[in-house]
Each structure stands twice: as structure tokens, then as C-alpha cells.
Design a protein around this ligand. Structure first.
Ligand code: CP
Length: 311
């Protein structure tokens, strides 16, 4: 029971069989998570360091819960209160932590490729918890898993990803994961927030939200990543105008000829890309996504642990 890759730094290199292996293992762990005692000893004596060089709520807590529910020993690192603030480099930081006999590293970093950089220079098994604008593989997996849970399968489903595609690691991981599982993918947003290379990925592009919603079975609404945008060059006139053109409202859902599933990876900017009425409404599976994140991360960590070469 192994993936075709030693690390989980991206969905792009995974096979469909890899993704299905993670999903079937997640099914088993989801059953464990619904028991009164939610722990199994599958990662006993495995030590995992969660290295967060960027802020996180869902991903950080979800990985930590997944690790603890598998019986791993866990240490947590946040750059904001570490010796990074004194000028320590990424590789020095990671090597010092690994010298304390750490087996696996879960890492979030603002630089695309940071997780590959660590994977190539250390012996640890590395899991990418989001690297800049590159990928967020466990988010892509949990999103596709949540669609499979809600609609029975991913194959043949039409999924539109709406918003800031240019700066979104979630968008890219979703595109790769959904396509490998046989879904049709569309992106929707202002031209300035759709990358020029998008056609090479085989996705459709639509700039009219009403048409995109009518086309899809699932709408995954992304946050505007203001922290990654070059604010000297505005991508749209104002958040108010963005919201008027690309925000998901109950009126827009009511105007459709069918029910669609609404997703959001979080954190939500309520009233910008999605209204509270929709985020908290009956079409939304946003909290199911978060719940499934624990089972998906348990599955990924457990399968990757099979590749550990411990001394
Ligand atoms: N979805 C997601 O990555 O959320 P966090 O930034 O809170 O981890």
C-alpha cells in the first residue's frame, strides 16, 4: 500500500490509483472518527513536525488532529514566534528540527516549491500544507472526496472554481485532482485573475458567473488572495464590484434550473465571494469539507508512513 511518490508535495504527479488509495483509506479512518474512541495506533513511534511559516487555522489543526488520532508524536512550529525572526534560514530551521529524530514534516510556506526544496535536501517524508501559489494537495484531495461523498462519484461531474485562480494553490490542486478523477472543470472570474496558462490545463474558462453556475453541478468559491496580489496593480475596481459580478448569492442560486453543491476551502470573506445566507445554507458543504480534511490527512500520513526509512 504505497503511493507512486515518496512525498505529498503536489497532486500533479499523483496517479488516479494514488488518489483512489487515499480515498479508500480515508473511508476507513472516517469510520474510526465516528466512533466514541477516535484513535488508532497506526503511527505509534512516528514523530511528525508541523512547520507553519504562514498562518493557518483549518490545515494546521486538521493535520495535528489527524496525527494525534493516529497515535503519532507531534511537535508544532510557527515561524512567527521562532528563530526565523532572528534570521535563521529555512534549511537550517528544518535540519535543526529533523536532528531531534523527526520522521515526517508537514510544511506550509509562502514560497512555491519550498516543500520540494526540503524533500530534496533532507531524509524526511514531506507533506505540503500549501506552498505559496503552487499547490495545496490535501485541500484538493479533501474537496474531491467531499464531492464524491455528496454526489456519489466525481467522474462526469461538472465543477466550476470561481474567483482568484491566479493566486490560488487550492484552485490548481483542485483542477489536477478533479481531472484525474474524470470530472469536467471550469474556472470563472475576471480576466485579470485567470492565469494565461489555464488553457494548457484543459479547463474551460467563463467570465459570466450566471452561465458558469447553470453549467455546473458544484461551485467551489475561492477567496480573493489580497495578501498575494501586487496591490500597486489593481486586479478589479473594488471588492464591491467584484462581489456584484462574481459573488455567490441566494438570488443567483434561486435563479438556476437545478440545485448545485456549494463549496469553499476557507477562510471565507463573507459578503465578498459568498454571502452568509449561501455559506450557511442548505446547498453548502463547507463544514463537511473541513470534517473530511481530518480523515484525508490521516489517510495521506498513514500511507506515506509506509515509505519511512527509520534508523
Ligand atoms: N483551507 C485552508 O487552507 O485554510 P487555512 O489557511 O485556515 O489552513
Amino acid at each position: 500500500m504505497k503511493l507512486s511518490t515518496r512525498h505529498l508535495n503536489a497532486i500533479e504527479p499523483l496517479t488516479k490509483a494514488d488518489i483512489e488509495l487515499i480515498f479508500s483509506q480515508a473511508d476507513q479512518f472516517k469510520e474510526v472518527l465516528n466512533r466514541p474512541i477516535k484513535k488508532v495506533p497506526s503511527l505509534r513511534d512516528v514523530t511528525i513536525a508541523n512547520l507553519f511559516f504562514e498562518n493557518s487555522t483549518r490545515t494546521r489543526l486538521s493535520f495535528e488532529l489527524a496525527e494525534k488520532r493516529l497515535g503519532a508524536d507531534v511537535v508544532n512550529f510557527s515561524a512567527s514566534n521562532s528563530s526565523v525572526k532572528k534570521g535563521e534560514t529555512l534549511i537550517d530551521t528544518v535540519n535543526n528540527i529533523l536532528s531531534m529524530k523527526v520522521d515526517m514534516v508537514v510544511m506550509r510556506h509562502s514560497a512555491p516549491g519550498a516543500c520540494d526544496f526540503i524533500a530534496q535536501r533532507t531524509n524526511a517524508v514531506v507533506v505540503n500544507a500549501g506552498d505559496g501559489t503552487h499547490e495545496h494537495p490535501t485541500q484538493g484531495l479533501l474537496d474531491a472526496y467531499s464531492i464524491r461523498e455528496k454526489l456519489g462519484q466525481v467522474k462526469g461531474k461538472r465543477v466550476v472554481i470561481v474567483g482568484d485562480i491566479t493566486h490560488s494553490r487550492v484552485g490548481l490542486s483542485n483542477i489536477y485532482c478533479l481531472q484525474k478523477l474524470g470530472a469536467e472543470v471550469m474556472v470563472c472570474g475576471p480576466t485579470t485573475l485567470i492565469p494565461k496558462y489555464i488553457h494548457e490545463l484543459g479547463v474551460q474558462v467563463e467570465h459570466n458567473l450566471e452561465k458558469a453556475l447553470e453549467w455546473c453541478d458544484v461551485a467551489n468559491m475561492l477567496r480573493i488572495q489580497l495578501e498575494r496580489q501586487d496591490t500597486s496593480v489593481p486586479y478589479f475596481p473594488s471588492l464591491r464590484e467584484y462581489s456584484a459580478m462574481f459573488g455567490l448569492t441566494q438570488d443567483r442560486l434561486n435563479a438556476l434550473s437545478k440545485d448545485i453543491v456549494v463549496m469553499h476551502p476557507g477562510p471565507i470573506n463573507r459578503g465578498v465571494e459568498i454571502t452568509s445566507e449561501v455559506a450557511d445554507g442548505s446547498n453548502s458543504i463547507i463544514l463537511n469539507q473541513v470534517e473530511n480534511g481530518v480523515a484525508i490527512r490521516m489517510a495521506a500520513l498513514f500511507i506515506l508512513s509506509q515509505g519511512l526509512t527509520r534508523k
